[in-house]
Design a protein around this ligand. Structure first.
Ligand code: NAG
Ligand code: NAG
Ligand code: NAG
Ligand code: NAG
Ligand code: NAG
Length: 620
């Protein structure tokens, strides 16, 4: 591990030999004394100069340094005590620490009374302890391009090539675990944060998810692109024929694609999002990512491994705010479902298809790597769920799918993942899984994604009927599924949204229109009136321009679903953030006043009467 850490040593001020009284009485002594004074003054001036240079160097380093350490650089009293506890390994820490962000640690260094060799030393001694017996984090000085070995220059290991170093450990390392790079990670971490007072801090076990369901969001469209979430990335001429991440990266070519995607990874989700997620009373985050975070195969245009470090940093940011993680492998080699969010739309080439078995095998290897990596101690308290494959298509041979799932389960388990694993209901409905894959207890959770908008029969229900559907039918299906006598057993809702129509731009494909208005493949309008009164204007409005009736409906609709899905092990809204689709963005919903401000403090529950939505019912 090449490390460029500097450690500060305290420097005892040299004794400056004050002239003694005797000196005045004896001329020679006085001369000697004068010389002593000169030496002393010279020493003082040189000391001041050295201190000045050291301060200047430290300040200039600040500009390129990623954050400051927990304060080993300010040796004055309080510094060593106040923040030093932060960042001590795993277990310890303050158990009732709320979600309050740690104070910014980018203050100026207290350089006084300290000294350091002014060039970065490669001989940090992490075992040294300061006077208090604390083990402060070493100071980080980022390498410059000349520090990077030739073989790693320009690769994802090369921290000098990263778009941003914010929140990353910039120390160059090629260390891997399970052959996955341990890049950008700080050595120490603290599990003391707690997402909110309703849930335990990361140091403590969550307990029963049946008794305390997860309330989470997805970070959709971040590490796995989806056109309707970030239409700006897909804003290309039709002739480019770009419909998915595969097409986009192919169109851009490797270098441009790497730039465009890293820009997106670095800006679409930031630390402020994790803070806001915790502040909204949420406690879990599902992070979709795709196989190219781990590796790519010959002919793949996908950008390899750049998303990996953002995934790791995201987990650390979640940790800071006490949020637990559900990992979600969203795109598998060959496409497990033929949809754009698998990376490539068109055909399934996983399990079935010309390279189906090769790609199934590759996916198992990916899980082998991922599970070795995430079996590290540092992930034990924060990774609550490990998802095997997002939404394998409905057309898979169920026996093949089960075979693959069992193989993946075993690999992941044998590699030391203790978190519950998650398998999709594969869009067959929860009921299909009764009696299948039995005997796994709480170590496997069935994941259903519940929407009313991709099916005309559900889409055409009135507003109150939709709320009723959530409170009756979904509750029935979920409680049936949670019971092994009638269903699979542990069940959760990994995706749902507030959208009550399919009106969102690009949701059904670029330029494909909507079932709601009858513009989707020339179907009949599917809004409740089924005629030309069906309109997307209200659904696509900015929340600030929506009618109060529609806003009341949307909030009640969200609360009904939360209530229903809390009969399971919990829910994950799809998704936290979108560029321009407020009914698919928890964040926009909060800002627009159509989401409960605090997820665990809600006005409406399924056992209350459905409020009147005024004119809304008759028009739509
Ligand atoms: C890692 O440590 C650096 C410097 O101590 C800090 O700036 C950064 O925020 C830390 N990263 C995370 C994810 O905590
Ligand atoms: C430096 O050390 C001197 C003597 O120990 C002390 O009086 C002074 O306050 C220290 N300065 C700082 C900034 O810690
Ligand atoms: C050093 O720490 C002390 C005590 O916490 C604080 O008052 C002082 O501002 C710090 N100095 C610098 C330069 O950060
Ligand atoms: C940064 O990474 C290096 C290499 O993995 C590690 O030795 C060092 O302790 C890390 N720094 C921090 C602040 O965690
Ligand atoms: C993306 O996939 C969805 C299915 O989830 C599909 O309805 C839509 O047509 C696709 N969008 C594009 C732009 O291809």
């Amino acid at each position: 591990m090449a490390s460029t850490d500097i450690r500060m040593e305290s420097l005892t001020p040299p004794s400056t030999g004050t002239p003694d009284k005797l000196a005045a009485a004896h001329p020679t002594a006085a001369k000697r004394s004068k010389r002593k004074i000169w030496i002393a003054i010279t020493a003082l001036i040189s000391l001041a100069a050295i201190v000045g240079i050291v301060i200047a160097v430290l300040i200039s380093q600040k500009v390129i340094r990623v954050g400051s350490s927990t304060s080993s650089d300010n040796v004055s009293e309080a510094a060593a005590t106040s923040q030093a506890a932060e960042g001590t390994n795993g277990a310890g820490g303050n158990n009732d620490g709320g979600a309050t962000p740690a104070p910014s640690r980018t203050g100026s260094p207290g350089a006084s009374n300290t000294s350091a060799s002014s060039s970065p030393t490669k001989t940090a001694s992490p075992d040294d302890e300061d006077e208090d017996g604390k083990d402060p984090e070493p100071e980080v000085v980022c390498p410059s391009p000349s520090d990077i070995p030739k073989a790693s220059k320009g690769t994802y290991f090369d921290t000098t090539s990263w778009l941003t170093l914010e929140g990353f450990n910039c120390t160059f390392t090629t260390e891997t675990i399970g052959s996955l790079p341990l890049i950008g990670l700080n050595s120490s971490y603290s599990n003391s944060a707690r997402a909110n007072p309703q849930v335990p801090p990361l140091t403590k076990p969550w307990g029963s998810y049946a008794a305390r369901p997860a309330r989470g969001v997805n970070l959709g469209g971040w590490l796995s692109l989806e056109p309707f979430i970030t239409p700006s990335l897909f804003d290309l001429p039709k002739s480019a024929s770009v419909y998915d991440e595969y097409g986009l990266t192919l169109h851009l070519g490797p270098e441009k694609a790497a730039k465009v995607l890293e820009q997106h990874y670095a800006t679409f989700v930031t630390e402020a999002d994790f803070a806001a997620i915790a502040a909204a009373g949420l406690d879990h985050i599902r992070i979709p990512f795709s196989y190219w975070a781990v590796e790519t195969y010959e002919g793949d245009p996908y950008v390899p491994r750049i998303s990996w470090k953002y995934l790791l940093r995201g987990i650390e940011w979640a940790r800071k705010y006490g949020l637990r993680i559900k990992l979600d492998l969203h795109g598998l080699p060959g496409s497990q479902n033929s949809w754009n969010h698998s990376g490539r739309q068109g055909k399934v080439n996983w399990l079935t298809g010309p390279e189906g078995s090769i790609n199934a095998e590759r996916s198992l290897k990916i899980h082998d790597k991922l599970s070795k990596f995430f079996a590290q101690d540092r992930y034990k308290n924060i990774i609550a769920f490990y998802g095997l494959a997002n939404e394998p298509g409905r057309d898979h041979d169920i026996n093949l799918l089960i075979q693959w799932t069992e193989a993946a389960y075993k690999i992941v388990k044998d590699n030391g993942i203790e978190a519950s694993q998650v398998m999709s209901d594969a869009l067959r409905g929860l009921g299909e899984w009764h009696g299948r894959m039995t005997g796994l207890g709480n170590s496997m959770v069935l994941d259903g994604h519940e929407y009313v908008i991709f099916d005309n029969a559900l889409l055409s229900k009135t507003h109150s009927e939709k709320i009723d559907f959530a409170c009756q039918i979904w509750v029935e299906q979920i409680t049936g599924s949670m019971n092994t006598a009638t269903g699979f057993g542990p069940t959760m809702v990994g995706e749902w949204s507030q959208a009550d129509t399919d009106c969102t731009k690009h949701l059904n494909g670029i330029g494909n229109g909507a079932r709601w208005t009858g513009t989707f493949f020339n179907g009949a309008p599917a809004c409740p009136t089924g005629d030309k009164r069906c309109s997307c204007d209200l659904a696509n409005a900015d929340p600030k321009d929506m009618t109060p009736e529609y806003k009341l409906f949307l909030k009640t609709w969200a609360e009904a679903q939360m209530d229903a899905f809390e009969k399971s092990w919990g829910w994950f809204y799809w998704t936290w953030k979108t560029e321009s689709a407020p009914l698919w963005s928890y964040k926009a919903g909060l800002e627009g006043g159509i989401m409960p401000e605090i997820a665990y403090e809600r006005d409406w529950h399924c056992d209350k009467p459905i409020p009147s939505f005024g004119k809304l019912e008759e028009i739509l």
